[in-house]
Design a protein around this ligand. Structure first.
Ligand SMILES: [Cu+2]
Length: 156
């Protein structure tokens, strides 16, 4: 009897912890960044945003402790050249995931205040129209991480 009560309590505790991993209906999964040397002006953050709710939400802004300015960018082909441009709001459809990854959408860390060192973390927030500000911690990976999947991505 005692054991049953204990495991019921543990289940409740686990449910509570799982709930803390996301704010509102947006789950922030696998945030990562890539190492950038001293003097690099910019870096990029990647993350999978999963909308577990019944209504669409929108990523509208972001912050990062290493950057003076943060923008949401997308990579797109323009006359055969891969270019990136700021997007004003990235829609996360209900029940869907949107993956920010090299060669696609990314969080652009601008005016870098310090180098991005592999193994360290970038702390910041992602702000959604409905879910509000969600804390995020990007794990910085070695500079070569994901490089092969983003030919022509210049300036990062
Ligand atoms: Cu960019």
């Amino acid at each position: 009897m005692k054991t049953v009560l204990k495991s019921a309590f543990a289940a409740l505790l686990l449910a509570g912890l799982a709930g803390a991993a996301h704010a509102g209906d947006i789950a922030v999964e696998n945030p990562w960044s890539r190492a950038a040397p001293t003097g690099a002006p910019v870096g990029a953050g990647y993350v999978t945003l999963k909308n577990i709710g019944a209504a669409a939400d929108k990523l509208v802004s972001a912050t990062a402790d290493v950057a003076g300015k943060v923008e949401i960018h997308e990579m797109a082909m323009d006359n055969g050249v891969m270019k990136m441009r700021p997007v004003h709001g990235l829609e996360i459809p209900a029940g869907k995931s949107v993956e920010l990854k090299p060669g696609g959408y990314h969080i652009m860390f601008m005016q870098l205040k310090k180098p991005l060192v592999a193994g360290e973390k970038v702390k910041g927030t992602l702000t959604f129209e409905k879910a509000g500000a969600v804390p995020v911690e990007y794990t910085i990976k070695a500079m070569s991480a994901g490089a092969s999947s983003m030919p022509g991505h210049k300036g990062h």
